[in-house]
Design a protein around this ligand. Structure first.
Ligand SMILES: [Zn+2]
Ligand SMILES: [Zn+2]
Ligand SMILES: [Zn+2]
Ligand SMILES: [Zn+2]
Ligand SMILES: [Zn+2]
Ligand SMILES: [Zn+2]
Length: 252
């Protein structure tokens, strides 16, 4: 990415204000190896970002997160507008994202009437994606295709874990093929530092609990892939790379 034309940099970079933070921010060029995380979406910073001007303050924002609209009329929640909050609602330290079922501690698109929360990253998931291992594009559904059907459960076609019926999935109706929105790696060796080291045997279809454990193990990798997919599809140039938060949780 070296540019041939030398460009003069302004001697004094202007600072800007953002309502999410008490101090002024300035333009910041993250180094990839630093894996700096955005304080808004909690994903790794990319080329265009802001940093707090106070050297002791680790507050960063993607430019795309800086520019997020304060209100979203999201298709996943048609009855109410969602409000952008800069921290979890109700003075909590975390919220649970309705799309991916994971914790968030930064920005959220929130409906107070329903206590509905979305990661800003999940709110921006593309409505269709291509997966290398599936021949058709997959469509984003805001609940699984099994919702309301007592006789069926939704199994992620990639990781083979069950998906709770209210979670979002990427789905191909023609093939009845669907995955978690955090695109799953099918057969990849996962390093795991979980305290629980249960064997996950191929063909153990009978125990949802063991499947959930395996899902948790693969979670971070999935997040990375999801974000890769998003980069390609997202209209704003956010090249979000890695989910740097080890703490994940499931409730069922
Ligand atoms: Zn961000
Ligand atoms: Zn600050
Ligand atoms: Zn989410
Ligand atoms: Zn609502
Ligand atoms: Zn999956
Ligand atoms: Zn298909």
């Amino acid at each position: 990415m070296s540019s041939s034309k030398p460009k003069a940099k302004p001697a004094n970079r202007p600072s800007v204000r953002h309502p999410s933070h008490n101090h002024p921010l300035r333009v910041f060029k993250p180094k990839e190896e630093d894996e700096t995380v955005c304080s808004g979406c909690e994903l790794q910073l990319t080329e265009q970002a802001f940093k707090c001007t106070k050297s002791e303050c680790d507050y960063f924002l993607h430019k795309s997160c800086f520019d997020l609209p304060g209100e979203s009329h999201h298709k996943s929640h048609p009855d109410h507008p969602l409000t952008l909050l800069h921290s979890p609602p109700d003075d909590q330290s975390v919220y649970t994202c309705a799309a991916c079922d994971q914790y968030g501690s930064g920005f959220t698109y929130h409906c107070s009437s329903c206590n509905y929360n979305l990661h800003v990253g999940c709110a921006l998931l593309p409505e269709t994606i291509d997966r290398e291992d599936h021949e058709h594009p997959l469509t984003l559904l805001y609940c699984t295709s099994c919702k309301g059907r007592e006789d069926t459960i939704f199994i992620c076609s990639a990781c083979e874990d069950t998906v709770s019926e209210d979670l979002w999935v990427y789905y191909c109706k023609e093939c009845d093929y669907g995955t978690h929105v955090l695109s799953c790696v099918a057969e990849e060796d996962q390093e795991s530092n979980e305290e629980e080291e249960e064997e996950e045997e191929e063909g153990d279809m009978s125990s949802p609990a063991s499947r959930i454990k395996s899902l948790m193990k693969t979670r971070d990798e999935m997040a990375a892939l999801q974000l890769e997919a998003r980069i390609r599809n997202d209209a704003n140039e956010a090249a979000l790379d890695l989910w740097d938060q080890p703490k994940r949780r499931y409730y069922w």
